[in-house]
Design a protein around this ligand. Sequence first.
Ligand code: DP6
Length: 339
Amino acid sequence: MPRPVGAATFEAPPNIALVKYWGLRDRARVLPYNSSISMTLDRLRSRTTVVFDPRLDDDVVQLNGDPARPGPRTAVVRLLDRVRAMAGVAARARVRSRNNFPTASGLASSASGFAALAGAASFAAGLRLSSAELSRLARFGSGSACRSIFGGFVEWRAGRRPDGGDSGAAPLAPPGHWPTLLDLVVQVRGAPEKEVRSQDAMERTVRTSPAYGRRLAALPRRLEAIRRAIRRRDARSLFPLVMEECDSFREVCETTVPKLDYLTPASRQVLALVRRINAEAGRPVAAYTHDAGAHVHVFVEARDARRVRRRLGEVDGVDRIRSLRAGSGAHRVRAARSA
Ligand code: DP6
């Protein structure tokens, strides 16, 4: 009886985009129109174990204890096929993945999940990829996953070459670079599960939103200003830029036909409250942002965190608030602690 050929477990974090990836110039190669920047989050993790086993007739994919639904399963199998082709492995695999946070509701479980899968599947297949190679592989599962390979502040450079040779993620600053910057992750009640996969949603935006061209034209200046603010740990500069970027992302979503609306009334109240807190203080105390989901990330400096957190907690429909820092990227864990 042939035995399993290889097994590995990886953990990977989600990330929150300060500059959003939204729109692909080449979908097959996963090449974006614009560069994006994110902060990798500590404490939240996807843990994924992959076992290649010649006795299996088909891949078996389990997410958070249940068999994966057809959509996510297809994406996982596609990434496994890519790894099998790279490694010359024919065996089917058993994949088990668990998140320690809510799935598919704007806490970027696809980023952490595919970063962990890329690591576990490639290692189990006998490949020993560099971080840059792992990041490139993870991108084929979910675009934003390429940033979750790295810790701290990360940029995915869009590149210009048609073959994508110059497109890839790399760290801008390590996890300990700005220890007083906190992300208050505001989880709202009744956040719907994502209906449309982000790649399909963004394709619709590129095709139909009259605001998309304007967004792309504004991005080079915004990207440079955000890089500089991160480098200098300058919250006063960073916070207004992060909100401007989030508003630009929301504008292109809302002008997409049919409209893309990821927020609940509670999420909108959180945005309004952050604007009010800043107006009352006469300085940017906090910055909101959200990805393609209803939960809102509110950046604050540690000295303001307690006050802002208390006010966010008073918003009707806010379920839970976590205070997170920048964390480390994807890494392998011992098999004994598998998912
Ligand atoms: C709004 O990376 O989730 O979070 O490739 O379809 O999995 P897929 O898309 P995904 O899109 C992320 C969009 C975003 C912005 C960002 O994270 O940069």
